[in-house]
Write a protein that binds this ligand. Structure first.
Ligand SMILES: Nc1ncnc2c1ncn2[C@@H]1O[C@H](COP(=O)(O)OP(=O)(O)OP(=O)(O)O)[C@@H](O)[C@H]1O
Ligand SMILES: [Mg+2]
Length: 272
């Protein structure tokens, strides 16, 4: 069982501070939902934990099982069990879907172990079938020409085969029709176990009807401003965020804290 601890994280991109003191702990077996208005920093949080080099960590830390991973490269974080299903998966012409996932799964195995290709083919086909994806998918280039819904299912296909310990699913519901939403929801729920901690980023209750969260966090302007249970989802679905902004006096959250230095995600600079 893994534990991800995000401690007082301040993050900037270009000259703008996006995350302003995020604290979040996710343990294996737990499902967390992060909701919040557009542009509030939800995807930034997921990208920073995954190690996207565009973001500068100004201060704070990200610990996985007690180890500070803020200076590790993306592939090292991935090998340690972190996974990101991207809000907008990228297309990689020239690399087939099958080769991509096969290489990723092999890269997650210990150096002295080799992937058994026959078993992997069966696992791949079975996962694709669970997600009701077309049969030609394996040999198409990664995400190239995939519909929005196919790209999202493909992220879940990768997750099923890579078997991460901590997974961020960033708007995995966007672009899915109602049947696809149910299929993705059921597949993700079937993956729930003490070996998997999940963070679902979403705008809508409908995903959380299929994947039940244990905790719901609301992020506004780069801070997690409220944490609760499922009752928060219903309230947001009905009332939006205005009540919360009013309750918190959102202008206080808008205070701009200029980043003191720029660099890569691996750079940690104390915040003045
Ligand atoms: N690479 C980048 N370059 C410039 N600005 C960025 C970059 N990444 C994020 N931002 C800015 O940071 C802010 C937060 O963006 P982010 O994508 O994290 O929001 P979000 O909460 O995921 O929004 P949404 O619900 O619309 O997906 C936005 O104002 C965005 O324009
Ligand atoms: Mg986003």
């Amino acid at each position: 069982m893994s534990i991800l601890e995000i401690r007082d994280l301040y993050v900037a991109v270009e000259d703008k501070t996006i995350l302003k003191g995020v604290n979040l702990t996710v343990k294996g077996g737990e499902t967390h939902a992060i909701m919040g208005p557009n542009g509030t920093g939800k995807s930034t949080l997921a990208s920073v934990v995954m190690g996207h080099p565009k973001y500068t960590i100004l201060s704070g830390s990200i610990l996985l099982d007690g180890e500070d991973i803020t200076t590790l490269a993306v592939d090292e974080r991935s090998r340690k069990g972190i996974f990101l299903a991207m809000q907008a998966p990228i297309e990689v012409p020239g690399v087939t879907n099958f080769d991509f996932v096969k290489t990723a799964v092999q890269a997650h195995m210990p150096n002295d172990k080799k992937l058994r290709i026959g078993k992997f083919i069966l696992d791949f086909e079975s996962a694709a079938q669970d997600l009701q994806m077309g049969t030609g998918l394996a040999h198409r280039y990664l995400n190239e020409g995939f519909s929005g819904g196919e790209k999202k299912r493909n992220e879940i296909l990768q997750m099923k085969l890579i078997k991460p310990a901590i997974a961020f699913l960033d708007e995995i519901d966007s672009g899915l029709d109602v049947d696809a939403l149910r299929i993705v929801g059921e597949n993700v729920t079937a993956m729930k176990s003490n070996d998997l901690g999940m963070i679902l980023i979403t705008h809508y209750q409908r995903l959380l009807d299929y994947i039940e969260p244990d905790f719901v966090h609301i992020m506004i302007k780069g801070e997690i401003v409220k944490t609760g249970g499922k009752e928060l989802i219903t309230k947001i679905d009905v009332e939006g965020y205005d009540w919360l902004k009013a309750e918190l006096g959102v202008t206080e959250l808008e205070e701009i804290r200029k980043p003191v230095s720029l660099g890569t995600c691996a750079t940690k600079v104390p915040l003045k």
